[in-house]
Design a protein around this ligand. Sequence first.
Ligand SMILES: NC(=O)c1ccc[n+]([C@@H]2O[C@H](COP(=O)([O-])OP(=O)(O)OC[C@H]3O[C@@H](n4cnc5c(N)ncnc54)[C@H](O)[C@@H]3O)[C@@H](O)[C@H]2O)c1
Length: 278
Amino acid sequence: MTPHGGSPRRLDGKVAFVTGAAGGLGRSHVRRMAEEGADLLIVDICRSLDTVPYPQSTPQDLYDAVEEVEALGRRVLARQADVRDREALQEACDAGLAEFGQIDVVVANAGIAPLLVEDRVQAWHDAIAVNLTGTFHTIEAALPSMIAAGQGGSIVIVSSTAGLVGIGGASNGGLGYAASKHGAVGLMRTYANNLARHSIRVNSVHPTGVATAMVVDPAIVDFVARDAILSETAPNALPVALIEAVDVSNAILWLASDEARYVTGVTLPVDAGFINRR
Ligand SMILES: NC(=O)c1ccc[n+]([C@@H]2O[C@H](COP(=O)([O-])OP(=O)(O)OC[C@H]3O[C@@H](n4cnc5c(N)ncnc54)[C@H](O)[C@@H]3O)[C@@H](O)[C@H]2O)c1
C-alpha cells in the first residue's frame, strides 16, 4: 500500500517548484503534479504587465491553485513573486525548503508574449527579462539545494516552437519572444552538461499553440490577424488548431518523473507535428 492507499504515483515523495503557476499552462502542471503525488512550491506574479495585451493571473487565481492542490491531498506553499526578481525567487525557494526540506523538480514555466499593436521597444526587454532571465533566476534559486541534497532531480524549461524555428513575427515583442525561447535552449543544453554529474536532468518542452490566454485572448487574436508574417505561420500537421494545457503538462510530468531517468539535454516538441512540417 502507498500512503494514499492506491498504486504508486509518478511523483510520490517529490517536491516540485513551478513558476507562472496561477494560470494557463502552469496551473495545469500544478494540478497534474499534485494528482501524481507531488507537493508543490508555486510562484506567480499575480499582476498584469503594461507591455502584455492580455491579463496575467490575480492573487485569487493563486489562492485557487492552493485550494486545488490541497483538495488533491497534497501540501502546497505559494508565493507572489516576479521571476525577474531573483531575490524574491530565492526567498520563495528558501521558504519551500523550510516547509518541505527539498526541491526535486523545477518547472520554469512563467512567460509572456508582449505582442502590442502599438509596438514598443520595451516589449523586447520584457520578453527577455521574463522568459529568459526569469528562467535563469528560477533555476539558480533552486539549484544549490538540489546539488547539496545529492538526490538528483529534474529541471524542465517551458520554451516554445518559437524556440526551435524562426517564427514570432517582426515586432519588438515577437522578436524578443523568439530570441528568449531560443535562449532558453542554450540555457537548457548548458545546464544539462553542467549538472549531469549531479544526476540532475535538464530538458525543454516546445509547445505549439495552446488554448490559454496567451493565444485565445482577443487582443492576441487581433494582433496575429494584423501581422502578415505571423498569420501565415503554417498550421499543425495533426488536425488540431490548438492543443490543451494538459497535453504539455503530461510531457513535463514524464520528464519530471523517474520514467525519464536517462533523458537529459533534450528539446521535446509537444507540437502536433508543427516543426516537422516546416
Ligand atoms: N499558450 C501557448 O500557446 C504557448 C505556446 C508555447 C509556449 N508557451 C509558453 O508556456 C508558458 C506558459 O504560458 P501560458 O500560455 O500558460 O500563458 P498565460 O498567460 O496563460 O499564463 C502565464 C502565467 O505566468 C504568470 N507570469 C507572467 N509573468 C510572470 C512573471 N514575471 N513572474 C511570475 N509569473 C509570471 C502569469 O500571471 C500567468 O499565471 C510560457 O512560458 C509561454 O511562453 C505557451
